[in-house]
Design a protein around this ligand. Structure first.
Ligand SMILES: [Zn+2]
Length: 432
């Protein structure tokens, strides 16, 4: 039996507690709890303690792309960022389109022991968009997959999309769409607008995202199934989601940290660290996304953590890979947008980084409110400190915020009663 005692933890509502954790579970909460000799005490004075963060969109790259990242390195990066669960995107090699592969990914996560690694299943075989993958077998596997996505590629065929939505309904699953009309984005390198015209790079029009979202919210309404939209990036997409939610469509939406902070102006540097799919958009889009996150139109922040080795980014813009890492900077961006802006509060931050992503993924032991009986997945943040973005636990360094000073600092992460991050240091070994 292990006992942890978090001393002087301030919760999102401002209340102060000592929190006792026995093995995996919160066993006592009171303003002043005393410790026995066997108790490990963790000082939380001046820190805000929240439910551990849950990422609905992480590329862990294993199996198949271990030169970019492994389940272990991504898990350590997640712990450093305050996460206690990450959803593993299916575009690995082999693709996570069978029960065997999703169970393998889950097992790698358990062996690493830093976060719950929750596999996402592919919608179509090999992400090829031609026929449905073994969705039922993945849902019934040990991994109990509930989120299905061809992320990186759009499920473009409307008939396949309809069938996928019908299929997942049977077990309360959700299809997470990467909304990118393929014909409208052939050869696209960045957002289509003034900057792309100046630079002479092929543009990626906002309508290529919006057209697919519009189609899919109508399909989800028709089928009566759950739909999730990955990485919303335009003001028009926000309008469509707002409209769909007002009609009662079961749709949820995510925004990435980079789309909340960065614009297409950065392409003028020609630094491929700013090349991402969907592309960075305009300042007007950034403002619309921020507002939508605050007013609830957008449900969650998801990192779309996409590690790439140096050789895939240290080259010309046109030949560079799309994607950015983001697990260790997500909390700071959320603090910047919601808290430092004085436009929202810690409760909303908890919803968008923990409660809502856990709900969408149907995770019952994550995103729980902090009370006696809850599984001890927690994060402690210093709201007054700041972080200069630099070293990372990830195997890749393609972080667009590198060198920037961002508000807030993740100090401790408690994963199922085990400190994966303590005083800003990642544990040597994971939880067994
Ligand atoms: Zn994507």
């Amino acid at each position: 039996m292990t006992v942890l005692l978090l001393k002087s933890a301030q919760l999102a509502d401002g209340s102060l507690f000592d929190i006792e954790i026995t093995d995996q579970v919160i066993t006592a909460m009171a303003p002043n709890l005393s410790a026995s000799e066997l108790t490990q005490q963790i000082d939380c004075s001046g820190l805000i303690v929240l439910p551990g963060f849950v990422d609905l969109h992480t590329h862990l790259r294993e199996p198949g792309f271990e030169q970019s990242e492994t389940v272990l390195t991504a898990s350590r990066s997640a712990a450093a960022g305050g996460f206690t669960a990450v959803h593993a995107m299916a575009n690995t090699s082999p693709v996570a389109d069978t029960a065997g592969v999703v169970e393998q990914v889950q097992a790698l996560g358990l062996a690493a022991g830093f976060v719950d690694v929750v596999p996402i299943g592919a919608v179509t075989v090999g992400l090829e968009g031609l026929r449905l993958a073994e969705i039922g077998a993945m849902a019934n596997s040990k991994a109990k997959v509930r989120v299905f996505s061809d992320d990186g590629k759009c499920v473009f065929d409307p008939v396949l999309m309809r069938h996928a939505l019908e299929y997942v309904k049977a077990f309360d699953g959700v299809v997470a769409q990467h909304a990118q009309e393929p014909r409208l984005t052939e050869g696209a390198q960045m957002h289509e607008g003034e900057v792309s015209a100046n630079l002479g790079l092929t543009g990626w029009p906002a309508v290529a995202e919006e057209a697919i979202i519009a189609r899919d919210v109508l399909l989800a309404e028709h089928v009566g199934s759950r739909l999730h939209i990955c990485h919303l990036s335009t003001a028009g997409s926000v309008e469509i989601i707002r409209w769909a939610k007002a009609r009662g469509v079961q749709v949820t939406a995510e925004v990435t940290p980079h789309h909340l902070l960065l614009t297409d102006e950065l392409a003028r540097t020609y630094d491929p660290v700013f090349k991402v799919n969907p592309p960075l958009r305009t300042q007007a889009d950034v403002l619309a996304l921020r507002e939508a996150l605050i007013d609830g139109t957008i449900d969650i922040i998801a990192t779309d953590h996409a590690p790439h080795p140096t050789e895939s980014k240290d080259c010309e813009w046109a030949s560079a890979a799309f994607g950015m890492i983001g697990l260790e900077t997500a909390a700071s961006v959320a603090i910047d947008v919601l808290i430092k802006s004085e436009k929202s509060n810690w409760q909303r931050l908890t919803e968008v980084l923990s409660v809502n992503p856990a709900k969408i993924g149907r995770l019952t032991e994550q995103g729980q409110s902090i009370r006696v009986g809850s599984v001890a997945n927690l994060v402690a943040i210093d709201p007054n400190a700041s972080t200069v973005v630099g070293q990372t636990q990830s195997k890749s360094e393609n972080n667009p915020f590198k060198g920037l000073e961002l508000p807030g600092k993740v100090v401790h992460t408690i994963y199922r009663g085990y400190a994966t991050l303590l005083n800003g240091k990642v544990a040597e070994a994971g939880r067994i």
